[in-house]
Design a protein around this ligand. Structure first.
Ligand code: SAM
Length: 482
């Protein structure tokens, strides 16, 4: 039997089944233990120190107790602290991105995904470089600066060389004042050598969803294809880090397995990365399973309510306070509005989840990976964020300035967000407003920028930001950053 060891590089030791079962038992036993819950909440709360605000985070056991807790007032406290942490480390900024589907060829048999090999109902499509260009121009014309590229796993149709070529094409397109400044990559687990190639191609975050941490379920849900190998998939982030990628993004596909099990596994995975590589995950995504071509989400009996989903999000925020959290258009506007208060720091907007979807007038469904719930345009999403008090940010400065991995975390921990990320958000929002926004969005946006500039603590930084914003409004100069 594998023994739990967060420092091990073996999947079954750092995501240890027995440790998860014991954690769930401990959480169940203590779910009404008010005294213990209070002490965990106190630990999670941000604390002011001489060098800035710090947050201790929580262990997977502590966080699991909060997730199991059934005392309504304590749950309210969890939500309160989640918002406090979000504001302390990320401010009121929300980073915006869009997915770009390159290819739906796939040799895997994932039972929840319409791209599975045996699905003969969907047309298979892979973008040519000319089509990648056209998609990127369409995305730039919406105002996007940051993409997450997505592809099925197929060593013949989508080899690493194809992915690298697409990345090169994406970075090479400069249409009007547009450019894509950060390409995150969500492709199947691969080798250290390939991760190094992705790093050299200038990617931002490498994202790979675990789908489920429960090994037996994992094997059943991925019955065929290379993804069937649980250890290879679970150990992918270690290989990515060995390949030099220090921003990695975790995620669970909620609905496949019992959420409490997944939650404990997810936090253990974050602890493992911190223990081995000295830096936790850059982001955590919280996708829920959705309807798609031949996929019926009700066939999976672990679906979770919006309330539980909100609680999971808040508990992740408390457990890993410095990690960005991503919510996609799988969720509705209502759910997204609620989650934004509980610690989410990135959202996608105007997304199409089909191969070639951005260049088509009508939203195509035949190659869609999942049904999009939030179908608003990017302009609507930007306006909605501002109306809810969030600053939409198109910033991509950190990794371009070498602030990745622990260097980004240091910035976050030192509370330098207001002197760095905040002005960057305002400058990139100005770019968006000048180049792409509707009149209504412009009006809301300029008001917000004026008010937010006053919140920059360092006078020198504020002055530079004001000058740059003037420049963006009055000229074609773009891409200022701290
Ligand atoms: N093929 C790559 C892999 O296997 O990791 C990555 C890309 S896949 C296009 C992106 C993610 O979409 C998957 O990791 C999965 O979690 C999610 N997904 C698949 N089917 C889904 C569905 N029916 N509803 C919601 N999300 C789904």
């Amino acid at each position: 039997m594998a023994v739990y060891n967060p420092k091990s590089l073996k999947a079954e030791e750092f995501i240890n089944h027995e440790e998860i079962l014991e954690t769930l038992e401990y959480a169940e036993k203590n779910k009404n233990n008010a005294e213990l819950i209070d002490s965990i909440l106190e630990k999670a709360r941000p604390k002011k120190t001489e060098t800035g605000t710090v947050c201790a985070g929580l262990t997977h056991r502590e966080a699991s107790v909060l997730l199991a807790c059934e005392i309504p007032e304590k749950t309210e406290k969890i939500y309160e602290i989640a918002e406090e942490i979000k504001l302390a480390f990320y401010g009121n900024r929300i980073v915006i991105f869009a997915p770009l589907y390159l290819s739906n060829y796939c040799v895997n048999g994932c039972v929840y995904c319409p791209y599975h090999l045996k699905n003969k109902r969907i047309p298979r499509k892979k973008l040519t470089q000319e089509e990648v260009k056209a998609e990127v121009i369409a995305l730039q014309d919406m105002g996007h600066k940051r993409l997450a590229i997505e592809a099925g796993e197929d060593p013949v149709n989508n080899p690493i060389e194809y992915i690298l070529e697409c990345i090169k094409t994406i970075y090479s397109v400069h249409h009007k004042n547009g450019d894509i400044r950060r390409v995150n990559v969500n492709i199947a687990a691969t080798t250290v050598e390939n991760y190094r190639k992705l790093k050299d191609a200038g990617i931002g975050t490498y994202i790979l969803f675990q789908e489920t941490y429960h090994k037996d379920s994992y094997l059943k849900l991925h019955p065929t294809g290379p993804k069937h190998d649980y250890a290879y998939h679970t150990e992918a982030m270690d290989r990515a880090m060995q390949g030099g990628i220090d921003d990695v993004g975790l995620g669970v596909l909620f609905g496949l397995e019992l959420y409490k099990y997944e939650f404990a596994g997810l936090i253990m995975h974050a602890e493992h990365l911190e223990a081995v590589h000295g830096v936790g995950p850059h982001t955590i995504s919280v996708p829920r399973i959705k309807k798609a071509d031949d996929i019926d989400p009700t066939a999976f009996d672990n679906s979770i309510s919006d309330e539980i989903f909100a609680k999971i999000t808040a508990c992740i925020r408390l457990a890993v306070p410095y990690t960005g959290m991503i919510i996609s258009t799988r969720e509705t506007e209502d759910v997204r509005t609620k989650l934004l208060r509980l610690g989410v720091s990135q959202v996608s907007g105007g997304s199409r989840t089909s191969v070639g979807g951005y260049t088509q007038q009508e939203r195509p469904h035949d190659t869609e990976q999942f049904d999009v719930s939030d179908r608003r345009t990017l302009d609507d999403v930007v306006a909605w964020l501002m109306e809810n008090g969030h600053i939409p940010s198109f910033c991509t400065a950190c990794y371009r300035e070498g602030r990745t991995g622990d260097r980004f975390m240091t910035l976050c921990k030192n509370g330098q967000i207001l002197n760095c990320c905040h002005p960057n958000a305002l400058m990139t929002l100005t770019e968006y407003l000048v180049d792409y926004a509707s009149d209504r969005t412009k009006e809301i946006g300029y008001k917000m920028i004026e008010a937010e500039l006053k919140r920059i603590p360092k006078e020198k930084v504020r002055k530079i930001a004001e000058e740059n914003i003037k420049d963006i409004r009055n000229s074609n100069r773009r891409d200022f950053r701290f």
